[in-house]
Unconditional design. Structure first.
Ligand code: ATP
Length: 246
């Protein structure tokens, strides 16, 4: 569970978060959408307490050790500097649980590797993997934390279409298991099909918050993203195709 109340933040004299009030409850997979520069990354980082903001974040208010057990975070940057085997990188997610039995840690790492389809790569040096494979390793590291809340910044960036679907389906499954997910996503179709709710940010404000079908309207796409788009309601869920800039 995450509750943000009137979060405000300015950077270099410019307002970046302008009174964000938002909560993500158990069972919710919330897609944070909005144009470049809308404040999505800043919102996630402020919610985690990684950058100071005015207002209240239930997560940032926790002592750091508790925060690490309350929430996993997949940051936007995907660079991996350490030349370690894949499973050792995934095991870093267990640092949040210093008192856990080694068998528990090993089981959590094995579950995360299996869920990301990384079993065959577990002994490979992580620096010898492709960018998309590394992105899956970092997602597995966050998953191994087994925290009730998952915050992810563009988790599908750099992934092929199958891996994008897998990543979003994984978040939907975490929510279905009773966890809470807040993920910034640029692919509005993926977000609409896999998220239980969409929150739309524009210039640091929440301008829409609700079920994907209610939120993704032609009017909103024009006003927030400045585009004309085709939105199809299909048996597979909402399908979204940007057509032109307005
Ligand atoms: N360190 C900083 N100093 C000054 N301004 C910053 C800094 N970091 C971000 N900003 C500004 O804050 C605003 C929000 O940035 P943020 O990265 O949160 O946007 P975003 O919605 O995640 O964008 P994107 O979709 O491009 O990743 C932007 O206008 C950006 O230029």
């Amino acid at each position: 569970m995450l509750t943000l109340t009137d979060l405000r933040l300015a950077r270099a004299g410019r307002t970046v978060l302008d009174g964000i009030t938002l909560s993500v409850g158990p069972g919710e997979c919330v897609g944070l959408i909005g144009p470049n520069g809308a404040g999505k990354t800043t919102l996630l980082r402020a919610a985690l307490g990684l950058i100071p903001a005015q207002g209240h974040s239930s997560l940032a208010a926790l002592p750091p050790a508790e925060r690490a057990r309350a929430a996993a975070y997949l940051p936007q940057g995907r660079e991996i500097a350490w030349d370690m085997p894949v499973e050792a990188v995934v095991a870093l997610g267990r640092a949040a649980w210093p008192g856990a039995a080694r068998s528990e840690d090993r089981a959590a790492v094995a579950r995360a590797l299996a869920r990301l389809g990384l079993d065959a790569l577990r002994h490979r040096p992580v620096t010898a993997l492709s960018g998309g494979e590394q992105a899956r390793v970092l997602l597995a590291r966050a998953l191994a934390q087994e925290a009730p809340l998952m915050l992810a910044d563009e988790p599908t960036a750099g992934l092929d279409p199958a891996a994008q679907i897998d990543a979003m389906a994984l978040f939907a499954a975490l929510a279905a298991e009773g966890r809470s997910v807040l993920a910034s996503v640029h692919d509005l179709g993926l977000a609409a099909r896999h998220c239980t709710r969409l929150v739309v940010l524009k210039a640091g404000r929440v301008v829409a918050d609700g079920a994907p079908r209610a939120v993704l309207t032609e009017k909103l796409l024009a006003e927030v993203f400045g585009i004309r788009a085709w939105i199809g309601d299909t048996a597979e869920g909402l399908v979204f195709q940007p057509l032109s800039r307005l």
